[in-house]
Design a protein around this ligand. Structure first.
Ligand SMILES: *[C@@H]1O[C@H](CO)[C@@H](O)[C@H](O)[C@H]1NC(C)=O
Ligand SMILES: *[C@@H]1O[C@H](CO)[C@@H](O)[C@H](O)[C@H]1NC(C)=O
Ligand SMILES: *[C@@H]1O[C@H](CO)[C@@H](O)[C@H](O)[C@H]1NC(C)=O
Ligand SMILES: *[C@@H]1O[C@H](CO)[C@@H](O)[C@H](O)[C@H]1NC(C)=O
Ligand SMILES: *[C@@H]1O[C@H](CO)[C@@H](O)[C@H](O)[C@H]1NC(C)=O
Ligand SMILES: *[C@@H]1O[C@H](CO)[C@@H](O)[C@H](O)[C@H]1NC(C)=O
Length: 935
């Protein structure tokens, strides 16, 4: 088995295991669960018509047998499968697309795909196929796309393609075919439109070998073949639109007997072709009447220049591609007959300025000058280009743009000028009234000023990421009333740079990206001027990853005004808590990402306003429980991501409270492999509607002896014993005992509890035997989550930092996955003292009072003063009434009060030090209003 998992499989082994697996999976298949071994399932019949199964990149040497019957897309690419056998796909009759790219397939059993009558796309690229045998594609009458590229195919059986009556596209590039006659049957398929047979060993292409009747073919790709002859002697390609002859390495004979034979070819690729000039010119002449688009990449400066004049004589030509030719400049003369050109691609050359020819091509509507060395843009560069719609000039060296340089670009809609050295923004004050998209990413801008974008009245998208903008003057965007998308990510914006007036006049803005800046707040207090108040139509807001410190707090009204917000990304902000009102303003939020924050607690109330939430990310947030979701009423939640937390138990109540859940990611938690998770294990396997991500890979963290085992291997059978009679008897007995017990308990409650803890203690002592002293910590800290900030910011630095004690804190030192009660008992008994941090919250919390109980029983039991009570607030005695009874059991204690704000804390710390040092006797310090005297 482990061999299989590591993908080191040999042929024999492979087929044996897949056979075995097959037999087992037959039974598993009945369940048809959504969490299946080795694969991930996306989609659900309940919510969509598609079920996509991904088994890619898993070192599989077989196709898993438990793929759901209704699967519509199956991806098993990037594995090490060597053979396709018939059984693999025998029940997938809904499959529309199958991807087995990049495996080691040599053999395909006859009829292997014959159950896949609905299949439309089959990708077998990048395998080790050598022969395409007769029965390989049986029954694939609906297949439209077939990828066989990057194999080692030398032989194709005549009958193999005949079932493919719907086939439109075939890619056979990068194989070892030598004769066109081998692929001849393909040409005759009634629907075939695109055929890629580039990079094979074809030396001749002669239509006489292909067909005697005219075909439907539209695309013929012959790139990189050692063609000696290209001969068209009959009109079999009346519909051919695109012909690729790039990188033909030989001195090919071009034999087109009648110019009409290729009269519909509009797109021609002659990049890197090794023909002499005269031959290229001849070749172009045959296509003179129809050619619209011509690619001449990788030919070199000299060759291109030599015949560019002739190229321009092709009157229908609209697109000319001249990439990768080392061109440094082109004069007006060289292309004087090219005035009909509409698109010119000069990217990836060595231009140091905009070539002079550009302004003499007034018909241009697309110009690509990216990846050159252009330094400046002058006033004449784009003169006369009144038709230009798109100008791409990113990734150059531009630092200066002359005034009025864009003056003639009256129709320009898209300007991409990113990745240059522009440090000044004032180029857009007057011109470009029709501009819709402006991309200034990755330049050297440090501020935005009022008026900078004033003329861009049509602008819809403005991208300014990866600059150094730290200042945005109020009103800078105020004329951009049509703006929909604003990207300011990866700049140096702080909270003061994004005040309300910056975004006040963007009534149509839908997307605002502010991530990776330096926005940070000092508290959750209401902001006087919430920054997004006027963005009434905003749908997407990204604020994740701010500076080194993070955003730290989300002010409770930060999102005020964002009534129609749908997606919020707020991960990695170093926030510990959320104000319950945070999302009150965003009732239509459906995707929320809060992952990578270290939350101390999350409450139900935070999520209550989010009634349409569909996706929630809470990965890596330190969660120990998802209890807060139970009553949050997230009835529309589809996807829940809670990986990399400290969750140990997922119980039924939680899952039932999420009725529409279809995906749950729990990877990297500390799951308990005991009966507490029995229901979850059963559900994971049985559920038809929810996929638990990599369910079969989830491992146990508790109990120790099962650490590292797989959760789903847990034997849950022993968790629910239900044998009728036995049940009746035991219920009866139990009932009697319970009645008696509760009767006793009512009168002798504290004695019973005490006895219980004595018993725990007894067990504990037995465990501790043999350990020297057994005391791992100086103090166990018992506190409520609401006081965690105080513990982390005040107590911990002082006691561990200054005074050097070793403390046991539950969120830090509790063993994940172990039941809470065991953790508490172990924590208390392996610490010399127990410090209870007492506040109102503390007294309301049940766990904490249990902690007090254990500690007080220990105190009673060991007759040592182990308990130190620290009062964080003044608590009136009536609030302590539930604890009266417990007080009777506490004989000795130390209590201290945390000084009021502004008072000196040194005295307090000193007293705490003394209390921690004492071995047995107690310190007394009576808090005001505290009635806790010795009884
Ligand atoms: C093939 O496609 C047609 C039309 O979409 C459909 O009616 C037919 O059922 C399909 N064949 C199979 C075997 O699914
Ligand atoms: C065909 O296969 C070649 C070689 O793998 C690849 O480069 C090309 O993009 C493919 N073309 C199509 C249209 O799939
Ligand atoms: C075309 O016709 C000729 C003569 O009739 C025949 O020899 C040849 O095999 C045919 N070619 C194809 C591809 O059908
Ligand atoms: C713009 O076009 C006019 C006439 O079409 C021409 O005279 C002028 O030189 C051109 N301007 C530039 C800068 O090429
Ligand atoms: C699940 O956990 C919650 C909170 O801990 C609890 O209230 C509930 O009773 C549990 N449900 C089940 C079925 O155990
Ligand atoms: C899942 O589907 C199967 C077959 O359709 C059904 O028998 C089973 O009860 C379903 N399981 C659940 C948990 O709904």
């Amino acid at each position: 088995m482990s061999k299989r998992e590591h993908g080191l499989c040999f042929k024999k082994y492979c087929s044996l295991t897949s056979w075995l697996l097959y037999c087992c999976c037959f039974f598993i298949n009945i369940v048809n669960g959504y969490s299946i071994k080795n694969c991930t399932v996306r989609g659900s019949l309940k919510y969509s018509q598609n079920i996509n199964v991904f088994c890619d990149k898993r070192s599989l040497c077989f196709v898993p047998g438990n793929i759901p019957d209704k699967t519509t897309y199956l991806d098993i690419s990037d594995n090490v499968i060597q053979k396709i056998i018939k059984e693999y796909f025998s029940q997938l009759d809904n499959l529309r697309s199958l991807n087995v790219r990049h495996n080691k397939i040599k053999d395909v059993e006859e009829g292997a795909f014959s159950s896949l009558g609905a299949l439309q796309e089959l990708n077998l690229a990048n395998n080790r196929l050598t022969d395409i045998l007769g029965g390989m594609f049986q029954n694939l009458g609906n297949l439209t796309v077939l990828q066989l590229n990057e194999n080692s195919i030398t032989n194709i059986s005549i009958s193999s393609f005949s079932p493919l009556i719907s086939l439109r596209k075939v890619n056979l590039s990068r194989n070892l075919l030598k004769k066109i006659s081998k692929v001849q049957p393909l040409f005759l398929l009634p629907q075939l439109q695109e055929l890629q047979i580039g990079s094979n060993g074809f030396t001749y292409f002669q239509t006489s070998e292909v067909s005697n009747i005219s075909l439907r073919l539209k695309v013929l790709d012959l790139f990189q073949n050692p063609l000696k002859e290209f001969s068209i002697t009959a009109n079999i390609f009346p519909h051919l639109d695109s012909l690729n002859l790039a990188f033909i390495t030989e001195n090919m004979t071009w034999d087109v007997q009648d110019n009409r034979y290729l009269q519909s070819v509009q797109h021609l690729n002659l990049s890197g072709i090794q023909l002499p000039l005269e031959k290229i010119t001849d070749l172009l002449q045959t296509l003179n009447s129809s050619l619209v688009s011509l690619k001449l990449h990788f030919l070199g400066d000299v060759k291109v220049r030599a015949f560019i004049r002739n190229v321009c004589l092709i009157s229908p030509l609209k697109f000319l591609g001249l990439q990768w030719n080392n061109i440094t400049s082109i004069s007006k003369d060289e292309m004087q007959f090219c005035t009909h050109l509409a698109e010119l691609d000069l990217s990836n050359n060595r231009l140091y300025s905009v070539p002079a020819v550009v302004s003499s091509l007034p018909g241009l509507y697309f110009l690509d000058l990216t990846f050159n060395n252009i330094k400046n843009i002058s006033r004449v560069d784009f003169a006369n280009l009144t038709q230009l719609r798109t100008l791409q000039i990113y990734s150059n060296d531009i630092s200066f743009v002359e005034e009025l340089a864009f003056n003639d670009l009256k129709k320009l809609a898209t300007l991409m000028i990113g990745s240059n050295k522009i440090s000044f923004n004032g180029y857009f004050k007057k011109d470009l009234q029709k501009l819709e998209s402006l991309d200034l990413a990755n330049n050297k801008l440090d501020s935005v000023h009022k008026g900078d974008f004033d003329s861009l009245k049509s602008l819809k998208n403005l991208s300014l990421p990866d600059n150094q903008i730290s200042f945005i003057e109020a009103g800078s965007f105020s004329r951009l009333t049509n703006l929909i998308f604003l990207n300011l990510q990866s700049n140096k914006l702080s909270q003061s740079s994004i005040n309300t007036s910056v975004f006040s006049r963007l009534p149509n803005l839908k997307t605002l990206l502010l991530n990776n800046n330096y926005i940070s707040y000092d508290s959750q207090d209401n902001l006087a001027q919430p920054p997004f108040k006027h963005l009434k139509k905003l749908k997407t807001l990204n604020i994740f990853s701010q500076g080194h410190k993070g955003m730290r707090y989300l002010p409770s009204n930060l999102f005020q005004g964002l009534r129609y917000l749908e997606e919020l990304q707020a991960e990695n902000l170093n926030i510990n808590s959320l104000h319950p009102d945070t999302f009150n303003y965003t009732p239509y939020l459906w995707a929320l990402d809060l992952s990578r924050n270290e939350f101390i607690s999350l409450t139900t109330k935070i999520f209550l306003p989010l009634q349409v939430l569909k996706t929630l990310h809470l990965s890596k947030t330190g969660l120990q429980s998802l209890e807060f979701l139970i009553n949050a009423n997230l009835s529309k939640l589809h996807l829940l991501h809670v990986s990399k937390n400290a969750l140990s138990v997922i119980n039924e109540t939680l899952i039932q409270s999420l009725p529409t859940l279809i995906y749950l990611d729990l990877r990297g938690n500390y799951l308990s492999c005991d009966c507490t998770n029995a229901w979850f294990v059963n559900w994971t396997i049985r559920s038809n509607d929810t996929e638990v991500e990599s369910a079969f890979e989830l491992t146990c963290n508790y109990p120790d002896k099962l650490k590292g085992h797989k959760l789903l291997d847990l034997d849950v059978g022993s968790c629910n014993v239900d044998v009728g009679f036995f049940c009746f008897i035991s219920t009866f007995t139990l009932l009697s005992v319970t009645l008696l017990g509760s009767f006793l308990f009512h009168f002798l409650k504290w004695q019973v509890i005490y006895a219980y803890y004595l018993f725990l203690d007894f067990l504990h002592d037995n465990k501790q035997q043999g350990k020297p002293n057994g005391l791992q910590y100086d103090a166990f800290i018992s506190y409520n989550v609401h006081d965690e900030l105080w513990v982390m910011r005040e107590l911990l630095p002082q006691l561990e930092g200054e005074q050097g004690w070793k403390l046991c804190l539950h969120h830090r030192d509790f063993e994940p996955g172990k039941p809470i009660m065991d953790n508490i008992v172990d924590g208390i008994y392996s610490s010399r003292k127990t410090i209870c941090v007492i506040s109102r919250h503390y007294l309301e919390s049940e766990w904490c009072s249990r902690e007090i109980q254990v500690a007080s029983f220990r105190l009673f039991d060991e007759k040592k003063d182990v308990l130190i009570l620290v009062f964080l607030e003044n608590i009136p005695s009536h609030q302590l009434s539930p604890y009266y009874r417990m007080k009777r059991l506490i004989q000795k204690k130390t209590y201290l009060s945390w000084p009021k704000p502004g008072e000196d804390t040194r005295f307090f710390w000193q007293k705490l030090r003394v209390a921690l040092e004492t071995k047995g006797t107690s310190e007394m310090d009576h808090p005001i209003g505290w009635d806790f005297g010795v009884i």
